[in-house]
Ligand binder design. Structure first.
Ligand SMILES: *[C@@H]1O[C@H](CO)[C@@H](O)[C@H](O)[C@H]1NC(C)=O
Ligand SMILES: *[C@@H]1O[C@H](CO)[C@@H](O)[C@H](O)[C@H]1NC(C)=O
Length: 262
């Protein structure tokens, strides 16, 4: 008996697939392997709208890092995820969603890419001349100095990961990194306080006095003690405190030249 059907009948689960009936057939055995009413909320690689379950499954099969997916048949929401649910990574209830593990679907995807082993962070792109593996994922965002754990909705090219920066002498700001087409997360990392203006931003109750700052002129990683003047005003000024009396000749004088008279 041919178990591969372009489904027509009214089992409630089959309704999930109605939108793709024209374009993709599904293996009805797979319908037993989806977990209805649940999803994996973490480990996202990418989210997009897919016209049907089979398209969502296919995108997961094509991406090396994808191990499972969530699909919302009503909304078309398709989340590709880099982990498989299990005892240490439980699914959460979510009405209108289903969860499926990629391994159950590889054999059901009709196109060539199922036989292709692309490297991690790559996606298989079918083409007339063969299948191509294309870099599309930056992987899990890195740990950055003074950054919190990252927050992100996905890890493929164009997605952003954000970190809250904190620590002594560190500007309290959000550092964003973006996944570039080089496959690397790039962007502004957490910065240290580099001027009296930054000191003022840290806490508006700070008053004039000496502070350690990390001037950008020294790469933002060597500290220098400065006196911050008018810290409570709109234009605080940075001064270096000199331990001893200092003298400066201005304008600078040329070295004396020995002139010889005959
Ligand atoms: C569905 O899952 C069961 C175990 O839960 C497994 O034995 C079976 O092979 C899976 N079906 C398919 C089509 O992968
Ligand atoms: C940063 O902090 C804000 C406020 O506490 C919080 O809502 C947000 O989720 C945090 N972001 C990250 C990346 O930790």
């Amino acid at each position: 008996m041919n178990m591969t059907l372009c489904f027509v009948l009214g089992l409630s689960l089959l309704l999930y697939f109605k939108t793709v009936a024209q374009t993709l057939c599904t293996d009805t055995r797979l319908l037993h392997n989806v977990t209805k009413g649940q999803m994996l909320p973490t480990h996202k690689i990418q989210s997009f709208t897919a016209p049907g379950l089979m398209i969502c499954a296919r995108e997961c099969v094509y991406q090396t890092n994808c191990l499972s997916f969530n699909f919302g048949p009503e909304s078309g929401q398709c989340d590709l995820t880099r982990a498989v649910a299990g005892p240490s990574l439980p699914l959460v209830s979510k009405t209108g969603y289903l969860y499926a593990s990629k391994s159950d679907w590889v054999t059901a995807i009709a196109e060539n890419c199922k036989h292709v082993n692309c490297a991690p962070n790559h996606i298989c792109v079918p083409s007339k001349t063969g299948n191509m593996c294309v870099l599309n994922d930056c992987g899990i965002p890195p740990v950055i100095d003074f950054g919190s754990s990252s927050e992100y909705r996905g890890t493929v090219i164009g997605y952003t990961a954000t970190y809250n920066c904190s620590g002594i002498g560190v500007k309290a700001e959000v550092a964003p990194l973006t996944c570039l087409d080089t496959g690397a997360w790039e962007g502004r990392h957490c910065r240290r306080v580099s001027s009296c203006e930054d000191v003022q931003d840290c806490d508006s109750s700070y008053v004039d006095g000496e502070y350690w700052i990390y001037p950008n002129a020294f790469g933002n990683d060597e500290r220098v003690k400065v006196y911050c003047h008018r810290l409570t005003s709109d234009s605080p000024m940075d001064y270096i405190t000199l331990p001893n009396m200092n003298r400066l000749l201005w304008p600078p004088q040329k070295c004396p030249i020995l002139t010889v008279t005959w």
